[in-house]
Design a protein around this ligand. Structure first.
Ligand code: 5GP
Length: 129
């Protein structure tokens, strides 16, 4: 079981944004920018491009809904999309609100993000989902 499956199961706490039958969205615990969100399929697959076409399509549509909610909730120009997958072997899409290019710098994460601010951001995004 991956750490993301344990989060989805509720065994590990997270700042949850949304879920449906197949997908789950929550704040990244080490955000590159405030509102940095992960979209994860409940079915475990390591590499995103091993996901079967229909499921991958539905995952992107779910991510779009989450991105729209982020854009409504937080001041940004656009919501950026990245796939890395180098750390956690459970496919996921990173969604990051952007004002400029530097807001998507994975080498420059927010250190020790304030839990109260994370909670407020998650609530604001959730309210717009
Ligand atoms: P990647 O696999 O895309 O290279 O990176 C995994 C991402 O998941 C990282 O941005 C990291 O901060 C995030 N992450 C790893 N473990 C946890 C966790 O337990 N909870 C949350 N919310 N995010 C995590």
């Amino acid at each position: 079981m991956t750490i993301f499956s344990r989060i989805i199961a509720g065994d590990i706490p997270c700042y949850k944004i949304a879920e449906d039958d197949e997908f789950f969205a929550f704040l990244d615990i080490n955000p590159v920018n405030w509102g940095h969100t992960l979209v994860v399929p409940k079915r475990e697959t390591d590499y995103i491009f091993d996901i079967e076409d229909d499921e991958l399509g539905r995952m992107m549509v779910f991510a779009k809904r989450v991105a729209c909610a982020i854009k409504e909730a937080l001041p940004c120009r656009k919501v950026g999309v990245t796939v890395l997958g180098l750390e956690v072997p459970h496919a996921h899409i990173h969604l990051v609100p952007l004002k400029n290019e530097g807001d998507m710098n994975f080498a420059n994460k927010i250190s020790d993000p304030d839990p109260e601010k994370m909670k407020q951001i998650a609530e604001a995004i959730k309210a717009n989902f």
